[in-house]
Design a binder for this molecule. Structure first.
Ligand code: PLP
Length: 444
């Protein structure tokens, strides 16, 4: 047991008595007790028994620069001493907000030159939904209000973003989805491609967007939101034909494209943003997670000149959060981006460790139970299957085999995630070759 903490069993009892965990079966967890994480450094987290766990998920896809960087602690302390809080609602701004907005405009592709700050990915997508609808109201097309999304997408867990998400299990609880949202199918060739080639399937799934727009009426559709690579849905990398066709369709019908870069942003796909990896031109981009490498909560909506011009000219945009552009969070995000740029974290990863991981990851298909292996940059998945040739699913309840694998990895001091019977990793971008070797060893 580590010093300065209660014994593990006592902490587990307190946790079970008082702490309600997100996305968790409470009784099942409380019966066995949570694993208590007490510290972290680099790519490892340490539990209350002193076990070092290799974090193959960068927390929740967010700790891009790794844990425990002193410079971030210093930046936070400096900012707290200087200006611990102020809002930007009432004719004021502050240096961390304006510096971070300018830095993001510099890093972002295209004309995404404006930032609306939020507290998380979920409330960023709520902002985006309101902004897209308000944009069309201001453009004199108030009927254009429907937001299109995709089944199995994850865009957050608030009433708005949880509705945008295409997770049917979430929709069953608590009154989701709210009206004015519709979904098309995801581009998951392995599970749903049938006899089609990946290229044919990518085109077919993209064209569902066109069919949906025509069905609802192009005068009714405000925007299409999508993750460049569906993350929480299982790291679903679309076939190459998919994104160019989607871009053609949104351009043709004048639908706003909202790229949800909460996972893909800040280096994960090997470029600063996933839209650069896939050649997309979004009107609005959702950012969070890697923006601060998870050191504190912060999110944002990166907005194009086209949209910002209309919103800024439209009188008060009656929307915002107490912690929009929180100065401490903004100072930490700035320091995180400085570290990423100064240490060339994205470039080094894209040139060296990502290709190294790709070779190791794709070699996993030699295992009889591993079907498709997908990897882009530092996000990857494998589909577990009882029959590769048939791309078959296990007869057991969906997710049982994945859960068993996840539990085994965790017992083996490796964090992997399972999404159904798909195993997923998204390690910190700073993971070394030796740590990648360790990850693979602990996984198999
Ligand atoms: N969008 C995507 C693509 C995500 O993966 C997530 C979280 O995993 C969110 C939005 C929601 O972000 P948050 O959990 O910060 O609200």
């Amino acid at each position: 047991m580590l010093e300065n903490h209660r014994p593990t069993s006592e902490m587990q009892a307190l946790d079970a008595a008082h702490h309600m965990h997100p996305f968790t079966d409470g009784d099942a967890l409380n019966a066995k007790g949570a694993r208590i994480i007490t510290s972290a450094k680099g790519v490892f987290v340490t539990d209350s028994e002193g076990e070092q766990i290799l974090d193959g998920m960068a927390g929740l896809w967010c700790v891009n620069i790794g844990y425990g960087r002193e410079e971030i602690a210093e930046a936070a302390a400096r900012q707290i001493r200087q200006l611990s809080y102020y809002n930007t609602f009432f004719q004021t701004s502050h240096p961390p907000a304006l510096e971070l907005a300018a830095k993001l405009a510099e890093l972002a592709p295209g004309d995404l030159n404006h930032v609306f700050f939020n507290g998380s990915g979920s409330d960023s997508n709520d902002t985006n939904m309101r902004m897209a609808r308000h944009y069309w109201q201001l453009k004199g097309k108030p009927e254009k209000q429907i937001i299109l999304s995709r089944w199995n997408a994850y865009h957050g867990s608030t009433m708005g973003s949880g509705s945008l998400s295409g997770m049917k299990a979430m929709h069953k609880q608590g009154g989701l989805p709210i009206p004015g949202i519709d979904w098309i199918n995801q581009p998951d060739w392995w599970s749903e491609g049938g006899e089609m080639s990946p290229e044919e399937f990518g085109l077919a799934r993209a064209r569902e967007l066109e069919a949906k727009i025509l069905d609802l009426g192009e005068d009714k559709v405000a925007a299409f939101i999508a993750e460049p690579i569906q993350g929480a849905g299982g790291v679903i990398v679309p076939p190459e034909t998919y994104w160019p066709e989607i871009q053609r369709i949104v351009d043709k019908y004048g639908i706003l494209l909202i790229a949800d870069e909460v996972i893909c942003g800040f280096g994960r796909t090997g470029n600063w943003f996933g839209t650069q990896t896939f050649g997309l031109r979004p009107d609005i981009m959702t950012i969070a997670k890697g923006l601060s490498s998870g050191y504190v909560p912060i999110g944002g909506s990166l907005v194009s000149d086209k949209v910002a011009k209309v919103i800024n000219a439209g009188g008060e945009f009656a929307h915002g959060y107490t912690y929009s552009a929180h100065p401490v969070a903004a100072a930490i995000a700035l320091e995180n981006l400085r570290i990423m740029q100064d240490e060339k974290i994205v470039e080094k990863m894209a040139a060296d460790t990502a290709p190294y991981l790709k070779t190791k990851w794709e070699a996993l298909t030699a295992h009889p139970m591993v079907g498709e292996a997908k990897i882009v940059g530092m996000m990857a998945s494998i589909a577990l299957t009882p029959d590769k040739a048939a791309r078959a699913k296990f007869a057991s309840k969906e997710g049982t085999v994945g859960l068993i694998c996840r539990e085994r990895c965790f017992a083996n001091n490796l964090v992997m995630r399972h999404v159904g019977d798909r195993m997923v990793i998204a390690p910190p971008l700073v993971i070394s070759r030796a740590e990648i070797d360790m990850l693979i060893e602990r996984a198999i």
